[in-house]
Every structure is written in structure tokens, then in C-alpha cells.
Design a protein around this ligand. Structure first.
Ligand code: ADP
Ligand code: MG
Length: 275
């Protein structure tokens, strides 16, 4: 049996590592022979840029797909690219910002992305959504489509009230639109090991949120190679496979895999009990 899992990578704070995590997790899962689709769902188009695409020159993207659904009630899958690193990718650019305004006039404004994703689930083990730094309608579309959310966070934003806004927004979506939605985990990014800070942050986060939400065991260290890789359109695995960043993102992918297998086992157990 296989599983299909849709994971939104979200935090309304910019610069916390959403895009970096989206790309490197996609690549890590592809290296573990999973079928992966990454959707760039931030009008900035940073995932596409970090994968080496000229996103403004690509005419077919998630914005067109959304518009097709809104205007013609049709899903047209003509903007799926195949990236060299072994996963599929749907790009975006600033046109997606205009779609957000259009969505805001619709009654079903939160479920347009879901209409696009549902028929795709058969084709992939994982669909990852790189969200924009906001809790607006686009991000709500990602939450409405997803099984779970990965929350990348940096130590310095821990105490900000943003985290509780994010969590309330996830819980509200769960209550009103998507009862399946859960928090896959809080991912601590850009840790600085000179100060042995990583372990104490891990401890603080676990104390603050661990009771309610999982915190990934492995955090992502700050490594220049991780941002250099993005600037040349590669994942850390292609740029420098031995880098600690690559080791950390592989470990994250294995944790995500273990979670998916647990979910699969739970649903198989439930089915056999109900027989
Ligand atoms: P977001 O998508 O949340 O805005 P990004 O993934 O774009 O955040 O990361 C913000 C900046 O930090 C980028 O320049 C990126 O290259 C850099 N960055 C992200 N993670 C790391 C890391 N682990 N080590 C070094 N630089 C990082
Ligand atoms: Mg980003």
C-alpha cells in the first residue's frame, strides 16, 4: 500500500527557511525514491528562482491553473515541470498575487487549490506547498488542501506572538474546512552551533509547544553552502552532498517518512478493526 500526503510549509514570518526547506525536502524525498511534487505558492516565486528557473518568463504556472478553476471550473495540468533533481515542480510568479484578490471575492475562496490538488494525489507520494509569508487567502488554500503543516522557525522568533496566530489559523482551518489537518512538526532552522544554542532552543520550543505539537528531532544548521546552493539553482544535495545541511535535510525527510508510515499503519488498523 502507498500513501499520498500533502504538506504545507508555512510561517507568516518571512526569512525563516520555508523555501529552503521546501526545495531541500523535495530533493531529499526524491533521493529516497519518493514521487514528489513541489508547488510554489508564494507570489515572490522564490522556490522557482532557487531551482534555477526564470519564473517571470514561464507563462504557465499555478496562477493560470487557479484562474482556470475560478473562471471555467476546470483543472488544466499544463504547467507541471520536471526538475533535474528528480521531482516535479509547479512554478509561480507575481501573477499569483492578483489571483489572491480575485479569490477574495469568491464564496469558496479557500478551496480552489484543493480542487487542483485532489486529482494529482494519485500521482505522488508527497505534494509539498511552499507558502507565502502571510496568513491570507493563499495560505488558507494551502491549509485547506493539506494533511499537515511543517512550521520552520528560527530561534529569535520563538517568543513572537506570530506563532500563536499561525497555530490559531491552522486550528481554525481544521475546525471549519479541513478536519484532517495537523501539525507535522515545528522545524528549527538556521541554528548556530558555536553557542550550543541548538540544544537549548530545542528544549525551549519543546517546553512551549511540544505538549501540543511535535518538534522535529533534527534541526537545520546555518551553513553558507545551503544559501549558495539556492543561488546557483541547486539543492544542497547536488551542490555539496556531504554538507551538514544535506545530512540534516535527509534526516528531516526520514522523519517525515516515518510519520507517513505511522499514519498509514493507523488507518490500516482502524480498517481491520471495523471489519
Ligand atoms: P522563507 O521562505 O521563509 O522566506 P528562505 O528559505 O528564503 O525563507 O530563507 C531566507 C534566507 O536564509 C535565504 O537567503 C536562504 O538562502 C537563507 N537560509 C535558509 N536556511 C538557511 C540555512 N540553514 N543556512 C544558511 N542560510 C539559510
Ligand atoms: Mg519563501
Amino acid at each position: 500500500m502507498t500513501y499520498q500526503k500533502v504538506i504545507a510549509i508555512a510561517n507568516q514570518k518571512g526569512g525563516v527557511g520555508k523555501t529552503t526547506t521546501s526545495i531541500n525536502l523535495a530533493s531529499a524525498l526524491a533521493l529516497q525514491r519518493k514521487r514528489v511534487l513541489l508547488i510554489d505558492f508564494d507570489p515572490q516565486g522564490d522556490s522557482g528562482k532557487a531551482l534555477g528557473y526564470d519564473v517571470d518568463a514561464i507563462k504557465k504556472n499555478i496562477a493560470n491553473m487557479m484562474l482556470e478553476v475560478i473562471v471555467n471550473d476546470e483543472c488544466v495540468y499544463d504547467s507541471i515541470l520536471h526538475h533535474d533533481e528528480g521531482f516535479d515542480f509547479i512554478p509561480t510568479n507575481t501573477r499569483l498575487a492578483a489571483i489572491e484578490s480575485t479569490l477574495n471575492n469568491l464564496e469558496d475562496k479557500e478551496t480552489v487549490l484543493k480542487d487542483i490538488i485532489v486529482p494529482l494525489k494519485e500521482d505522488y507520494d508527497y505534494i509539498l506547498i511552499d507558502c507565502s509569508p502571510s496568513l491570507g487567502t493563499l495560505t488558507l488554500n494551502a491549509f485547506a488542501s493539506a494533511n499537515s503543516v511543517i512550521i520552520p522557525t528560527q530561534s529569535e522568533y520563538l517568543s513572537s506572538s506570530g506563532t500563536s496566530d499561525l497555530i490559531s489559523s491552522i486550528l481554525k482551518t481544521k475546525r471549519d474546512i479541513n478536519p484532517e489537518l495537523s501539525v507535522e512538526g515545528i522545524l528549527i532552522t538556521m541554528t548556530d552551533d558555536r553557542t550550543n544554542q541548538s540544544r537549548s532552543i530545542q528544549k525551549q520550543i519543546t517546553e512551549k509547544y511540544g505538549q501540543h505539537f511535535p518538534v522535529f528531532q533534527k534541526s537545520i544548521p546555518r551553513r553558507v553552502a545551503i544559501s549558495e546552493a539556492s543561488s546557483v539553482g541547486q539543492s544542497i544535495f547536488t551542490y555539496d552532498a556531504k554538507n551538514e545541511g544535506a545530512v540534516a535535510y535527509s534526516a528531516l525527510a526520514r522523519e517525515v517518512e516515518r510519520n507517513a508510515k505511522k499514519t498509514l499503519k493507523r488507518s490500516a488498523d482502524t480498517r481491520s478493526q471495523s471489519r
